[in-house]
Design a protein around this ligand. Sequence first.
Ligand SMILES: Cc1cc2nc3c(=O)[nH]c(=O)nc-3n(C[C@H](O)[C@H](O)[C@H](O)COP(=O)(O)OP(=O)(O)OC[C@H]3O[C@@H](n4cnc5c(N)ncnc54)[C@H](O)[C@@H]3O)c2cc1C
Length: 391
Amino acid sequence: MDLFNPTEEHLALREMVRDFVEKEVDPQAEHHDREESFNIELFRKVGALGLLGITVDERWGGAGMDATAAVIVHEELSAADPGFCLAFLAHSMLFVNNLSVNGNDEQRARLLPDVCSGKKIGGMCMSEPGAGTDVLGMRTTAVQDGEDWILNGAKMWITNGAVSDTELGDVFLVYANTGGTGGKSLSLFLVEKGMAGFRLGQKIKGKLGVRASTTAELVFDNVRVPACNVVGTQGNAVRSMMRNLEIERLTLAAMSLGIARRSVEVMIRYANERQAFGQPLNRFGQIQRHIAESYAEYMAGRCYVYNTAQNLALDSFGNRTDSDGVKLYCSTMGKNVADRAIQVLGGYGYVAEYQVERLWRDAKLLEIGGGTNEAHQKNMTRDLVGRTILR
Ligand SMILES: Cc1cc2nc3c(=O)[nH]c(=O)nc-3n(C[C@H](O)[C@H](O)[C@H](O)COP(=O)(O)OP(=O)(O)OC[C@H]3O[C@@H](n4cnc5c(N)ncnc54)[C@H](O)[C@@H]3O)c2cc1C
């Protein structure tokens, strides 16, 4: 066993997902990118494999595995279809893992079995039309009314917010301002399709990449949320947000690994086969540089991601520097490697058939979503400023 497959169980998981990806994910990816559509049937097959609750305890319908297992699934899915993988991540990390870690037993028993099976599709609502990086500047409010809470506002860029052009996703974790100052101002609510006043604002069309995932604006107009749908305690949601951001950033970095790995595979294969000036492309020094540097950067990122995964406990936090670090490094690495793959393939790299133009478009999202690279640089420097000796 090695860093990437630390146990027999991890290796079996990787082989199972890789086999599924080859048979089911690769063949559909180009179509759903072109159509900008979410493949809900495929999503339910992923549920049947037990992957949607990969980090959730078995008693709630999950697979009971660790952060390394989550990384393996994201790396493998993303190699074929980063757009579909983003929908998977928003569901299984931002909703399912978040509720599993931060919810109470009543909420877990009520919701986790259906989201682990894929019967219900979930997402997480943090960003707003006017506030992304500046998360404490959010304007969505929740005001107590008797035992209930009344939610007002709008959320933007919500992955799985819609499952089709007109239909909402099923269930969301929504951060809202409940008064108080700074880190004590946010609370977390479960909001479900069918609650009066909760509606789809707009489904975002024309994205550059990750087009096989849906992105939507969600609107909350005097939505009455019962007390049993408050996750954690009032004013304590910044803590749960930070905890879940670590696994979010780690698995987003794993998506970049999948993109880089597939890009390296495509460029190696093409450079072996394509002839120019009477010899294969891989005889040319400039092409060798593209291949070798891409492989080395992929492996450096891979070691950093799997090493960070080994040290990330799902139920606590404190690994922010490296969960930001892996995403900072791997997002740009994945984009650069996909870019080199296009270059190695020349004109063929620029069209859909060889996949790398889609990977390049998808890779860009990872420098923005789940925290921009500038936000990671800011957080990491804040953490590192006192650490003048690194051990
Ligand atoms: C396809 C897609 C899917 C998404 N899915 C979700 C989701 O499921 N749930 C969710 O809640 N959000 C989601 N997001 C939102 C995403 O997390 C935000 O877009 C991201 O956090 C950036 O916020 P913003 O777009 O408001 O940009 P802004 O915060 O306005 O930033 C704009 C620019 O200013 C920079 N900037 C801002 N503040 C600083 C600073 N202090 N110092 C230096 N530079 C700064 C940024 O780095 C960026 O370059 C998604 C976004 C996309 C595109």
